[in-house]
Structure formats: structure tokens, C-alpha cells
Design a protein around this ligand. Structure first.
Ligand SMILES: [Cu+2]
Length: 290
């Protein structure tokens, strides 16, 4: 059943479309909308989600260290929504948490890393489990130390609720409170990058995975079967570096950058090392070719 659903592989390349170049700091504006949407999460299931821009997760927001960043959120719903960008070091009240139709704030992205962003409206648990989260990459001002690489963005998350006979999941608050996830996924899909929809990589070419665990509640131990991470930046911060490790625990709301190469062609499964989590959908395939 899990193999029936295929997502466009191009979605994993979102982060490639707006790679900042070294040079002067820039002004970057991201205008998002909060909207309710029934989204396809794969495996024949749909999810009544709260979203940024109609997708789960929301768009990857990519800037460079030193950029002046403006965040704008237009709320198209009758519910309260906001947007808490963790790369911003500002008064949290500015993130918005009322039914205000417009939220707007600015900050300078001083700290490089991979950060999550998510809704700030109460109860935050329901809004994050409902789908309101995404990734912000703050590129180091001098670029990534290991230079050119194939870049992939992966956001891990949990889904709470069981599907009805039509495959529809209505988010289950009690399950959320119990942190008893029914499904997990990467980039909004349960087993999204399975054998029928693998992420292509090249033998001998450095792969750089920008990873965020959106949670809302479970830790992840991301790993790639058949590979050792040559470099890992905790939080995506180049100053917090580790080498030659199998995995790193990334708690809910945290991020990391994982770099690796493979030596042979083949299918390399990536997954949350928790076998329960991977069974529930937090798994996928890198397909390596020469
Ligand atoms: Cu919200």
C-alpha cells in the first residue's frame, strides 16, 4: 500500500532554486499565507491540515548570514495563526498569535544554521501537528566549509489520527497530547521516497542533507544505511561540527546538516533510527548511480 503514492522528485530540490551567493548581505522578503487545506500524505491517505501556502511542510525559506529578512503572513482563515521563525532573535510577541489577518516583522539573520519555523497560535501543539511548520536555512556568510554538494532538504514530522474508510485523517488532539503518533513522514509524506520514488544521488559526490525535525513531540535519529556521515553540523552551525558518525539525535524543533558520500551504486535507505518511527513512515531511499 505504501508504494502506491509517488511524489514529484523535484520537491526535494526546492532548496536548490534560491541558493544565496557569497557577497553582500541582501534584503529577503517571504510572504506566506495561512490556509486550511486537505493534503495528500501518501499511502492512500489525506489529512485535514492547517498550512503555510497550502503545503505541508511550508516552503523552504533560504537566506544568507547577515541578510535582512522580512516575514509576512496573511491569514486567510477564521482561526488564529502566526509564524515563529527561530532564526529570528526578536520579541516573540511579534510572531503573532491572534486572529490578526496580517503579521509582519523583520530581523537580521545573524546565526547560520538550519532552523524550523512554525505557527505560534494556541495550542501550538495542534497547529504544528496540523501541518504549520517548515525549514529556514541560514547559509554561513562564507558558504559551507566543504563546498559544492548535492543538496537535499528533509523535514521530518508526525501525523496524529487514523484514516477513515476513505483514507481521510482528521487530526486527533488526544493522540497529540499523548505523543502517540500514528504516522511519520519526510516532507509531508508517509514513506514518500520509497522504492518507486527514490531521491537520486551520485556515487562519490558529496550529499548535503538539510534536516529539520518538526515534531511536534518525538526525537529523531536520522541515519543512512550503508553510509557514515563524514561531517555533521549540529543545528546546522558550521562551528558545531562532528565527523564520522552514524547518526545524531535531533530533538523536536531542532535541525542539523548531514554530509556523506556513497562508494557504490545501489539503494541506500535513510530513516529515523527508531524502528517504530521508520515503520510508521519516517523512511526513504537514496538511489545512487555513477
Ligand atoms: Cu496556526
Amino acid at each position: 500500500m505504501l508504494a502506491q503514492w509517488q511524489a514529484p522528485a523535484v520537491l526535494v530540490l526546492i532548496g536548490l532554486l534560491s541558493v544565496p551567493r557569497p557577497g553582500c548581505a541582501e534584503e529577503k522578503t517571504f510572504s506566506l499565507t495561512a490556509e486550511n487545506r486537505r493534503v495528500d500524505i501518501g499511502s492512500g491517505m489525506t489529512y485535514d491540515a492547517m498550512t503555510y501556502d497550502g503545503t505541508v511542510p511550508g516552503p523552504v525559506l533560504r537566506v544568507r548570514q547577515g541578510d535582512d529578512v522580512t516575514i509576512e503572513l496573511t491569514n486567510q482563515t477564521t482561526d488564529a495563526h502566526g509564524i515563529n521563525v527561530y532564526a529570528a532573535q526578536i520579541d516573540p510577541k511579534l510572531f503573532g498569535e491572534t486572529s490578526t489577518k496580517k503579521t509582519r516583522y523583520q530581523f537580521r539573520a545573524d546565526v547560520p544554521g538550519v532552523f524550523d519555523y512554525h505557527c505560534s497560535a494556541f495550542p501550538v501543539l495542534d497547529h504544528v501537528a496540523g501541518g504549520m511548520y517548515g525549514m529556514m536555512i541560514v547559509e554561513p556568510k562564507d558558504g559551507w566549509p566543504n563546498g559544492d554538494a548535492q543538496e537535499v532538504t528533509l523535514v521530518q514530522n508526525e501525523f496524529y489520527g487514523l484514516a477513515d474508510p476513505y483514507g481521510l485523517i482528521r487530526p486527533d488532539h488526544s493522540q497529540m497530547v499523548a505523543a502517540d503518533a500514528n504516522f511519520l513522514g519526510f516532507n509531508g509524506g508517509v514513506a514518500r521516497y520509497d522504492l518507486h520514488n527514490p531521491i537520486p544521488i551520485k556515487v562519490g559526490k558529496l550529499v548535503r542533507v538539510f534536516f529539520v525535525n518538526a515534531g511536534p513531540s518525538l526525537a529523531s535519529t536520522f541515519a543512512v544505511n550503508g553510509a557514515i556521515f563524514s561531517t555533521v553540523y549540529r543545528g546546522g552551525n558550521p562551528q558545531d561540527v562532528m565527523h564520522n558518525i552514524k547518526t545524531l539525535e535531533v530533538g523536536p524543533g531542532n535541525g542539523a546538516v548531514f554530509e556523506f558520500k556513497v562508494n557504490d551504486p545501489g539503494d541506500y535507505q535513510f530513516a529515523d533510527g527508531s524502528l517504530s518511527h521508520s515503520y510508521k513512515g519516517a523512511r526513504g531511499i537514496f538511489r545512487a548511480t555513477r
